[in-house]
Design a protein around this ligand. Sequence first.
Ligand code: ZN
Length: 96
Amino acid sequence: MTKELRELLQVVAEGNNDLWNETIEVSQKLLKGGYYGHDADIENLEEREIKTGFELERVLSQGKWYWQKEEVQNIDYCPGCNIAYCRGRYTTGQCE
Ligand SMILES: [Zn+2]
């Protein structure tokens, strides 16, 4: 994930903004990763060069995303080390 995208997602994920709750929740999900298709979702977002939370919200509310399929289940097993909630992936997006 690019630094710019990560920073934007972090700001949005903290809440405290005028965005929809869903946008905030999805940003948290995108930061956390660990679901099928996460890489593809991130690539998709990176290609769009999103600058603001409102742009992010617009993009997330359109199109098809893998996170849409992951609303319920989801223990976050890291594909790298197979540990639930791998700390490296949570903090930097990369398995340690
Ligand atoms: Zn890991």
